[in-house]
Design a protein around this ligand. Structure first.
Ligand code: SF4
Length: 63
């Protein structure tokens, strides 16, 4: 399955929302908790844990 995310910057190959790598399902991502993730994605998300501050995540929720 493929999808298009409005937050994905195809030129820069990164997430405009999180100002970093696009890893669907990561904390703060619009599909977080809404999709089943592959083992590879889960491993990438584990590696990213802690790279987005709680304050930034709270700001995203208010948008
Ligand atoms: S990380 Fe999530 S919100 Fe960001 S571009 Fe990728 S799919 Fe979209």
């Amino acid at each position: 399955m493929t999808f298009h995310c409005k937050n994905y910057d195809i030129v820069e190959d990164k997430c405009k929302r999180l100002h970093g790598e696009c890893v669907p399902g990561r904390r703060g991502c619009v599909v977080e908790g809404r999709v089943a993730l592959s083992e590879e994605l889960e491993e990438k998300i584990k590696a990213l844990n802690g790279t987005v501050s709680e304050e930034f995540l709270e700001l995203l929720k208010k948008k």
